[in-house]
Design a protein around this ligand. Sequence first.
Ligand code: ADP
Ligand code: BMX
Length: 287
Amino acid sequence: MDQDNAILAVDIGGTKTLVALVRASGIVAEATVPTRREDGPDAWLAAVAAAASPWQGQFRSIGLAVTGFVRNGLWSAMNPETLGIPADYPLIAKVEGLFGLPAVAFNDAQAAGWGEHVLGAGQGKDLVFLTISTGIGGGIVLNGRLLDGLAGHFGLTTEGDENIFLEDHISGRWMAAEARNLGHEVDAKQLFAAAATGEDWAMDIVEGSARRVARLCQNIQLTVDPPQIVIGGGIGLAGGFIERVRSLVVPPGQVAPVPISRAELGVHAGILGIADLARAKSLQAGG
Ligand code: ADP
Ligand code: BMX
C-alpha cells in the first residue's frame, strides 16, 4: 500500500478513540483521544476528523473499527452502558460525507481479531480474539474467514435468569463499580495497581473478572474449538490478568485447555485489522 493507498484507520471504543495513518509499512502516524461518551456520534466523528487533519490528502479511504453492532453501514449500541450509540446511526454515510472518501466499518473486536490473524499472534491461522475493555468484545476467524454481524459479541451473553450481560460482571466498568461499592473511588487502572501492592479488595475484584473470562474461554473452546484464544484490551493486557485467566481455566474432560495468548499488536490490533480490511475492499473496488 503506497502513499496513494494509505488508509485512515479509526478505532472508536467506549473509553478511547485511536486514529492512525496506515501504509503497507505499518502505522506512520497516530493520535489517541478520549471518547467523550456524553457527546454522541457526530462529536466522536468530529474528534476523529480533527485528529486526522494533519494527514489531510495523505489517505484515499477510511476504515472504522467501532464498538457496537455494524450492518449495512448503520451503527447501533448492543449495550448502551458500553457506549450510547443511537439505533441505526448512518456511520458510513456520515464518514463519507465528512471526508469525501470511501469508508468501511466493522465491529472493533472483529477488526482486532482480523489484525491478530493477519499480523499478530494468529500468524495466518484461525483464532478467537477477546477484548476485555470497557465491554467484552470478540472476533472469530474460522477457516480463514472473519465472521461479521453479531458474531463475537460474547459480552452480551447472559448468565442466570436475571438476563444480566456477561460484560456487566467482568469489564473495567464493573471493576470500578465493585470498587466503589467497597468505598474505593478508583478506575480499573488504579485498581490493578492496588492489586499489585497486595490489597485484598482489589485482588478479589480482579480474580472475579479473570474467573468469568476463564469460564468464557472454556465455553468458546467447547463451541468453536479454535487453535488459540488471543486476549487484548485495556483490562486483558493489564499486568497479570492473562496469567490469572490461564490459571483458572478448567480443561474440558481429558482434553488440553485451549492455548490463551496476548494480543501481539496490543492497542493497535483494531487499527491494523481495519486497515487491512479497508485495503482489501478498495482493491476489490479497483482502487
Ligand atoms: P476501549 O474500551 O475504549 O477500547 P480499552 O481497551 O483501553 O479501551 O479498555 C478500557 C478499560 O480498560 C477501562 O476500564 C480502563 O480503566 C481499563 N484500562 C486501560 N488501561 C489499563 C491498564 N493499564 N490497567 C488496567 N486497566 C486498564
Ligand atoms: C460491547 C459491545 C461490542 C463491543 C464490546 C467491546 C456496544 C457499544 N459494544 O459488548 O460491540 O465490541 O462491548 O467494546 O454495545 P469496547 O468499547 O470495550 O472496545
